[in-house]
Design a protein around this ligand. Structure first.
Ligand code: SAH
Ligand code: SF4
Ligand code: F3S
Length: 481
């Protein structure tokens, strides 16, 4: 399963392209009678949520399939982050309508995710093909809602925020395929950046208790997972209830921050690699930075969105820090962990952004240096403060700035990958590559890495000496040491 999914293809700086993923256990064997097709848009949390929807539907008889054709239930798990992402839902619903007609109306269609949360009523009005609409905190109610619509009565719209319940009622057993998995530890956001819909679609910040996370991590590791990416819209704002154990003195706090959680998870035998995303610069505390320095399981790669280089724009965006503060933070992180590489997110053409402001972004990128980045033109989202600001930037100016920024980011990404040639990196082998006897895995910095090796190595961590590097991927040879 791809590590990076995104809402739009046009604006990302590397291959983060709209990978549509079907939950892993397509071939689950059980006495199933009904078929389920889930299409996932947006961020990694949606990928995680799609898997959880498949998990809650498995016990009531749904088996995942790879195509919507003939499926008993189609779920679109949607993203609202930019206009294009939201519009995709309606065009997909047009295609689904034809399939539903073919099925004589038997197919049930559900819209889930952030578009469902933000404009549930509108979906029902614009797309009568939709049988039910449910927001991200309602997935545990899916079986019940489907039973109701099947009997032609009951609520068709469910967009309450029951974060705690969503996690409590989810089945303990997650089924996964492959050596990597996502695990949501925190959901929602209280930061209210003025461009962003997430605080409205995902609700207030909520952290899962440590014990629940550990139990889920153990379930994953028991199925062969070696790398877990901890997810949260503001993952480093994590502050979950600590385990109720008195034996260890350090366990006296009521809440644990992300650094403590990572140290604890790293003790799980067989769990060799940990990552987390997405972090906010304001929540990078000293403890977390020291965990980067001292915990080998934590991968030396950090996604730290900067968004813009101009202080005026950062302030208008309500990011809560200046560029100098970001630079200082990066210096502290790099001092603690010199081999750590950074990735980031950028928005160009935020309302009021002048050519000079934009140049500050280019200067910031040149000064800091990123191994990889995602960059977007600003998209005014309904209901966010940014949409009402004066000085909206014309589309052609935004596109032109984006092209200039991406040119710089792409050159940095290529240069970073080239700098790895000759180095030996640890690679977690995920599967076979396209070529004969070729294997595919991920390096610590997430690039797809190709090399010749035996199928037995799938699921293992091997050393690969890098011999060649492209924009998104690496090539190398197995190394013995
Ligand atoms: N929680 C993360 C971001 C989640 S959204 C953080 O705090 O950084 C992922 C990225 O989408 C953001 O970092 C931002 O670069 C981009 N984005 C969000 N809203 C956007 C909008 N209205 N227009 C363009 N890009 C946007
Ligand atoms: Fe959106 Fe800002 Fe929250 Fe990130 S921190 S999810 S960009 S409001
Ligand atoms: Fe999109 Fe919602 Fe994720 S808006 S980016 S799916 S949190």
């Amino acid at each position: 399963m791809g590590h990076q999914t995104s809402a739009d293809t046009d604006t990302s700086n590397k291959d983060k392209s709209d990978k549509i993923s079907t939950p892993a256990h397509t071939n689950t064997q059980s006495a199933t009678k009904k078929t389920l097709f889930i299409k996932t848009y947006g961020c990694q949390m949606n990928v995680y949520d799609s898997e959880r929807m498949a998990d809650v539907l498995a016990p009531v008889g749904y088996r995942c399939v790879d195509s919507p054709e003939g499926a008993d239930l189609v779920v679109l798990n949607t993203c609202h982050i930019r206009e294009k992402a939201a519009e995709k839902v309606y065009s997909e619903l047009g295609r689904i309508r034809k399939l539903k007609e073919k099925s004589g109306g038997a197919m049930k269609v559900a819209v889930a995710g952030c578009v469902a949360q933000a404009e549930g009523e509108e979906i029902m009005r614009r797309a009568p093909v939709v049988d039910l609409v449910l927001g991200p905190q309602s997935y545990h109610k899916l079986p019940e809602m489907i039973a109701k619509v099947s009997r032609e009565f009951g609520e068709r719209l469910e967009t309450d925020f029951d974060t705690q319940e969503t996690f409590d009622l989810m089945p303990e057993t997650r089924k996964v395929d492959g050596p990597t998995a996502f695990l949501t530890i925190q959901e929602g956001c209280d930061k209210f950046c003025t461009f962003c819909v997430v605080p409205y679609t995902r609700g207030a910040e909520f952290s899962r208790p440590v014990e629940q996370i550990v139990a889920e991590a153990r379930t994953l590791v028991a199925q062969g997972v070696r790398e877990i990416t901890l997810l949260g819209q503001n993952v480093n704002a994590y502050h979950g209830a600590a385990p109720k154990l008195e034996a260890d003195e350090s366990w006296g706090h009521n809440n644990w921050r992300l650094g403590e959680l990572i140290k604890h998870l790293a003790k799980i035998g067989g769990l060799d690699r940990l990552r987390y995303t997405t972090s906010h610069p304001r929540d990078m505390d000293d403890e977390l930075i020291s965990v980067h320095a001292n915990e080998p399981a934590l991968m030396p790669y950090l996604h730290l969105p900067l968004q813009a280089g101009s202080d005026r724009i950062l302030r208008a965006m309500n990011r809560g820090h200046t560029y100098a503060e970001f630079k200082d933070l990066v210096a502290r992180i790099r001092a603690a962990k010199p081999e750590l590489a950074l990735s980031s997110d950028f928005i160009v053409g935020f309302p009021g952004e002048s050519e000079l402001d934009f140049k500050r972004t280019l200067e910031a990128v040149a000064e800091i240096g990123f191994a990889s980045s995602f960059s977007f033109t600003y998209s005014a989202r309904p209901g966010t403060p940014g949409a009402a600001l004066p000085g909206q930037v014309p589309e052609d100016v935004k596109s032109e700035r984006l092209a200039r920024l991406q040119k710089l980011l792409t050159s940095q990404q290529k240069a970073f990958n080239k700098s790895l040639i000759g180095k030996t990196l640890s690679v977690l082998v995920e599967g076979t590559g396209r070529g004969e006897n070729e294997l595919f895995g991920r390096a610590p910095y997430l690039q797809g890495t190709h090399f010749i090796g035996d199928m037995d190595l799938i699921g293992q961590i091997v050393s690969v000496k890098i011999t060649d590097a492209g924009q998104n991927s690496l090539r190398g040879v197995l190394s013995n040491g």
